[in-house]
Design a protein around this ligand. Structure first.
Ligand code: 3PY
Ligand code: MG
Length: 259
């Protein structure tokens, strides 16, 4: 039995833009439908969606047979939570609300076994180590970890260069909604000041040699962000796809209810 290769990390290193879909519905059939759609990565959102730990594990298991990489966004920086996510087999993390290099450094250490970090050991009872059937696990697990931090505040923008310099941070993902709110434009991520801050940050990330990511439901804007240097893009969510498709179908037959 081999340590699973982190397809997301490999994809980021390939030079091709990695396209992802955001998952907010904690149902494994949704995960499987999304897994077979052709995306490079799927984001399991523990920050804003009703996933519990076992739901995340079930999503990982549902996605595993498909050629797509799971990425998990934990609800907090709590090392006890991150340890459990690591042990159920999460290799790629998108951590929200990272404002300082110090926070990024702590996260980088939390996700790695000593000597690079301070992750605790519990391999005999962890899916990540295939319950000790991966003999090399403790020596090789660190190689397959990918840490993406989310910069989504005015403070994070001011500290971006220091955050980018942290060893063990593989990339930075801009959170446009929270950034807009932090800049005084809540609900208006398209505000020119926010758009300018995003373009500037993507250029800064690209210049640092690290990976830059962005979220956009608008394909034209997604193309713009990739021109600005983003090399992984979340371009949809399961919830908005379902909401849009159900509304459109209902409107065909009952246009009066959508006037
Ligand atoms: C945000 O926009 O704030 C996010 O976290 C994700 O897009
Ligand atoms: Mg956010």
């Amino acid at each position: 039995m081999e340590l699973p290769v982190n397809r997301f990390k490999r994809g980021l290193g390939s030079g091709d833009v990695q396209y992802g879909l955001w998952l907010g519905l904690p149902d494994t059939s949704v995960a499987e439908i999304a897994a077979g759609a052709g995306f490079d990565w799927l984001l399991i959102d523990h920050e804003h969606s009703p996933f519990e730990l076992r739901d995340i594990m079930a999503h990982l298991q549902a996605i595993a047979p498909y050629p797509v990489a799971p990425v998990v966004r934990p609800v907090s920086h709590d090392s006890a939570l991150l340890k459990k996510l690591l042990d159920i087999g999460v290799q790629s993390f998108l951590v929200p609300m990272v404002d300082t290099a110090e926070q990024a450094r702590t996260l980088a250490r939390t996700l790695r076994y000593p000597p690079q970090g301070d992750r605790g050991l519990g391999t005999s009872i962890s899916r990540a180590a295939r319950w000790n059937r991966l003999p090399d696990y403790v020596h090789r697990a660190n190689e397959e970890i990918c840490l993406i931090v989310q910069a989504e505040s005015v403070t994070a923008m001011a500290n971006l260069d220091e955050i980018l310099a942290v060893e063990g941070v593989d990339g930075v993902f801009i959170g446009p909604s929270d950034l807009a709110a932090s800049m005084g434009h809540i609900g208006d991520a398209g505000h020119p000041d926010v758009a300018a801050a995003i373009d500037h940050a993507l250029a800064q990330i690209a210049a640092s040699g690290k990976h830059g990511g962005m979220f956009s439901l608008d394909p034209q804007k997604a193309a713009h962000y990739s021109e600005k240097g983003a090399n992984f893009l979340a371009v949809g969510t399961d919830t908005t796809l379902l909401a849009g498709a159900t509304r459109a179908l209902a409107a065909r037959f009952k246009p009066e209810s959508h006037s």
